[in-house]
Design a protein around this ligand. Structure first.
Ligand code: GRF
Length: 216
């Protein structure tokens, strides 16, 4: 097995996507390893998940920095020191500046619980339900300066049921999030993704498109 891609996971809370990534890295021949987990908030369950898996953790509390740039300097320093090659935002609730995103261009990905470009931002599930849309889902994308924007790597589709509440829809989408985040990391680590004309493309479509929509 060739060298594993070193990933750093940034979290702000529960950490269920972090958990799915950790579980994936334990599977045979998974081409990436988590070398550090960074939280901008102390005392969150995501940190406990990382510690239990014996992954190095670092808390960089944004409240300790007067300027966003100083916070990001620290973040960049820690990621660089850990030799991170791909940054995975997994419920990271902090807006990053253009400067930071430029430093990590095409090396930073995010998960959003909607079918982007629909329903960017917060309160996603309520807005999806109230729009009358029949489907929602989740998206893994490369990060760009505009929030929840950037080349889409994978999406999974989830039907919106007539009696869905924000919670019931969120729960069903979360199940799919936990499948597609590891898959996106695997595709990047095995160099299956290229970015052309602002779009992420599969170099060798080893997975049929249907498998990318609903991986299992
Ligand atoms: C997920 O729904 C993710 O899509 C969104 O924030 C939530 C984080 O959940 N960006 P968790 O911390 O991974 O459990």
């Amino acid at each position: 097995m060739s060298r594993k891609l070193k990933i750093g996971v940034l979290i702000s809370g529960r950490g269920s996507n972090l958990h799915s990534l950790i579980e994936a890295t334990k599977t045979n021949n998974f081409p990436a390893e988590i070398v550090i987990v960074i939280a901008n908030v102390p005392n969150i369950t995501g940190l406990e998940i990382a510690k239990k898996a014996r992954i190095p953790v670092q808390i960089i509390n944004h409240k300790n920095f007067n300027e966003r740039e100083f916070f990001e300097d620290e973040l960049h320093g820690v990621l660089t020191k850990a030799k991170v090659e791909l940054v995975c935002l997994a419920g990271f609730m902090r807006i990053l500046t253009d400067h930071f995103i430029d430093l990590w261009l095409d090396k930073i990905i995010n998960i959003h619980p909607s079918l982007l470009p629909s329903f960017k931002g917060l309160n996603t599930h309520n807005r999806a339900i109230e729009s009358g849309a029949k489907f929602s889902g989740c998206t893994i994308h490369f990060v760009r300066p505009e929030m929840d924007d950037g080349p889409i790597i994978i999406q999974a589709v989830v039907a919106i049921e007539q009696n869905d509440t924000s919670d019931t829809l969120a729960n069903r989408i979360l199940v799919e999030e936990h499948k597609i985040y590891p898959l996106a990391v695997k595709l990047i680590a095995t160099k299956q993704i290229s970015i052309r004309n602002g779009q992420a493309r599969l170099k060798n479509p080893i997975y049929p498109r249907s498998a990318l929509l609903n991986p299992c």
